[in-house]
Write a protein that binds this ligand. Structure first.
Ligand code: GLV
Ligand code: MN
Ligand code: MN
Length: 416
């Protein structure tokens, strides 16, 4: 196997850089981010690339074209993880691209474009709540107010960047508008579609958009043994009704998914009626209008529940990203690379978010999905792919990169 065995070994090695052993958790700007970055920079340099951290902690490698005026094509994915993650989400997209460049380098082959491979510092948004910060800086949609966001320990993004050795105020210099002909990304599917149809890879058609909302419910604490049931202002009971509303609304509107993944209760004592609850909502859809309508429906339902239960509620949307269609010509190019391997071409949408989704603002974008084992489970330690599929996906990406005429493509698109 040309690539697969080594890729599995690398994914295993990177899985050791965790804040939470034996679980895998690697958040933005943690010491483990630096360790993973150093590991990736080493791989990139040995593959014939120049590589370094940028001002926001993204890991950026360049495989220069012979002609310095040649276009730039970008690929990669994210180095950060969710809590208790699998080893392939994000990392595979970086490793597979480095494996392609290593192969080109060993054959002494340059590309007619400069290939940038980026390990984005933050995609999951676990530490500061805002997702896709690395890729948004490159796509020109970084918001400076994010620098004041704090993690659960009260450390602001500005402080964390400075401690990491980055430069918080240098984010505008990361923008790539007008300088990238195309962005392509390979990623584990994180679902069961390819597994169920028995195919190792597939072409992504579009990436679902998402909104994040923080909800604060305020009731009145009281003695668990003395306050009669009918006269309580229990913040947790009210929040529970809200959580179930989110589930019901998304179940009954085809194309929506909604998740409450974080919930905190104060004072959090067994014999005290809950006074305050804070929870988050993550709602997604391929249809932006359906998602906006869901956010509005949550707001009005929460107000009704709060009034009826005599608690106060504030639902504050704090982050949103629109659905992103993949470029038709790049999809076709991926389809040809898959077909060249004798594999039937399957197209499928992505319900998960990816760094790729911010790039349509500045250049055409496309994605290759790789089959996910274990019933498609992801954001979970059981997430897996086989070495054979890693091998096939890398060979398909390499075929794509070697057959991509970036100059001709750029001349026919409107890369901003
Ligand atoms: C990232 O994996 C996301 O879709 O939240
Ligand atoms: Mn993820
Ligand atoms: Mn991912």
């Amino acid at each position: 196997m040309k690539f697969g065995t080594e890729l599995m070994r690398q994914a295993e090695a990177l899985g050791q850089f965790t804040e939470d052993p034996p679980l895998l958790t690697r958040t933005y700007l943690s010491p483990q981010h630096r360790q993973a970055g150093n590991y990736l920079i080493g791989l990139m340099q040995r593959a014939g690339m120049t590589a370094n951290f940028d001002a926001l902690g993204n890991i950026v490698g360049r495989y220069e074209a012979a002609d310095p005026a040649a276009p730039v094509v970008m690929t990669g994915s994210h180095q950060d993880s969710v809590r208790n993650a699998g080893k392939f989400d994000g990392l595979f997209g970086i490793l597979t691209a480095i494996a392609c460049v290593k192969d080109l380098h060993e054959r002494g082959r340059k590309l007619p474009y400069t290939l940038e491979i980026v390990g984005f510092g933050d995609e999951e948004g676990v530490r500061f709540g805002v997702a896709l910060m690395g890729s948004k800086a490159m796509a020109g949609s970084f918001e400076p107010s994010w620098l004041d966001k704090a993690d659960d320990a009260g450390v602001t993004l500005r402080r964390a960047l400075a401690d990491f050795g980055g430069d918080p105020d240098a984010w505008p210099s990361l923008g790539r508008r007008g300088r990238v002909a195309a962005y392509v990304e390979s990623h584990i599917e994180q679902g069961p579609v390819l597994l169920n149809v028995g195919l190792p890879v597939g072409v992504v058609t579009a990436i679902a958009g998402g909104s994040r909302i923080r909800v604060a419910v305020k009731g009145l604490a009281g003695h668990a043994g003395t306050v009669p049931m009918g006269s309580r202002q229990d913040a947790l009971a009210a929040a529970s009704e809200m959580v179930l509303f989110v589930e019901k609304h998304c179940e009954t509107h085809e194309g929506l998914v909604g998740t409450v993944g974080k919930l905190a209760v104060l004072p959090g004592a067994i014999n005290v009626i809950p006074q305050e609850v804070e929870f988050t909502i993550d709602v997604r859809s391929g249809d932006d209008a359906l998602r906006h309508a869901a956010v509005a429906a949550f707001q009005s339902a929460f107000e009704e529940i709060a009034a009826r239960r005599r608690v106060a509620v504030v639902a504050a949307p704090f982050y949103a990203v629109d659905a992103a269609p993949c470029d038709a010509a790049l999809q076709e190019q991926f389809a040809q690379s898959i077909a060249a391997h004798g594999i039937p071409v399957r197209r499928l949408p992505s319900g998960a978010g990816h760094d790729a989704m911010v790039f349509p603002a500045i250049c055409p974008m496309a994605m290759l999905f790789v089959r996910c084992g274990n019933n498609g489970i992801s954001h979970h330690p059981d997430e897996t792919m086989t070495a054979a599929d890693a091998d096939t996906a890398t060979s398909v990406l390499l075929h794509f990169l070697e057959h991509f005429d970036a100059a001709a493509f750029a001349a026919t698109t409107h890369a901003a």
